[in-house]
Design a protein around this ligand. Structure first.
Ligand SMILES: [Zn+2]
Length: 216
């Protein structure tokens, strides 16, 4: 995390990444000073590049006064330049939350009725829906928890079901039986080849991350 301070007057047109200028992140009350975390820009750019659609920033940095005026929580990450409420053109707020989760964003709020997604650069995980306090463990539609260790032939259990569910979502026709047999192995190797991963039939961190992003 590295929060930088800017001046709207001086830096308004400054490009902070390929697709974002400072002007898009300043406080909506017109204050000149703005804070922006470089990590937030990284996340925003990853989201922009993944969906290849415009990312509209409803609100990012807020001065204390503006935060109060819009009913933000007193110590909101918005007042620290560490948060953004975003809409990706043509993409549901839930899908944006799912993608943010897949790339490792720790603070995510899915606002279903208001149709935006809050992301922030906090360092310990907190996910919620609609309002803070309404916490949840994941935004994924997969009913099985992601395995924390490598999977390979003869692995079994819910981690393998997680894998089979993801492969099926990408067009596979595996039985979601929690048994890592020959068919699952063949599907894993085919997936790895297609995605320039080591085609070893072992599902480690890189393959899992790729699978999570791919289904979104
Ligand atoms: Zn927010």
């Amino acid at each position: 995390m590295s929060v930088k301070s800017y001046s709207l007057k001086k830096d308004g047109n400054k490009r902070l990444s390929t697709n974002f200028t400072l002007r898009e992140l300043v406080s909506k009350d017109g204050a000149d000073r703005a804070l922006v975390d470089t990590k937030l820009i990284d996340y925003l750019q990853q989201i922009r590049s993944h969906f290849k659609k415009a990312v509209i920033i409803n609100s990012s940095y807020r001065t204390t006064a503006h935060n109060k005026a819009v009913g933000g929580q007193p110590n909101s990450y918005h007042t620290k330049g560490m948060a953004a409420d975003i809409v990706v053109s043509g993409v549901s707020a839930k899908r944006v939350a799912q993608y943010a989760e897949a790339i490792g964003v720790k603070g995510i709020g899915w606002y279903e009725t208001q149709r935006f997604t809050h992301i922030d650069t906090r360092t310990s995980k907190y996910y919620w829906k609609d309002k803070s306090g309404n916490s949840r463990n994941t935004f994924s539609d997969c009913p099985y928890a992601e395995p924390s260790s490598n999977l390979t032939v003869n692995s079994s259990g819910n981690g393998v079901k997680w894998l089979q569910w993801h492969l099926n979502n990408l067009g596979g026709k595996l039985a979601v039986d929690g048994t890592f047999g020959a068919k699952t192995k063949a599907a894993v190797i085919a997936y790895q080849k297609e995605h320039n991963l080591a085609a070893d039939g072992i599902v480690g961190g890189a393959t899992r991350k790729s699978l999570k992003i791919e289904v979104i």
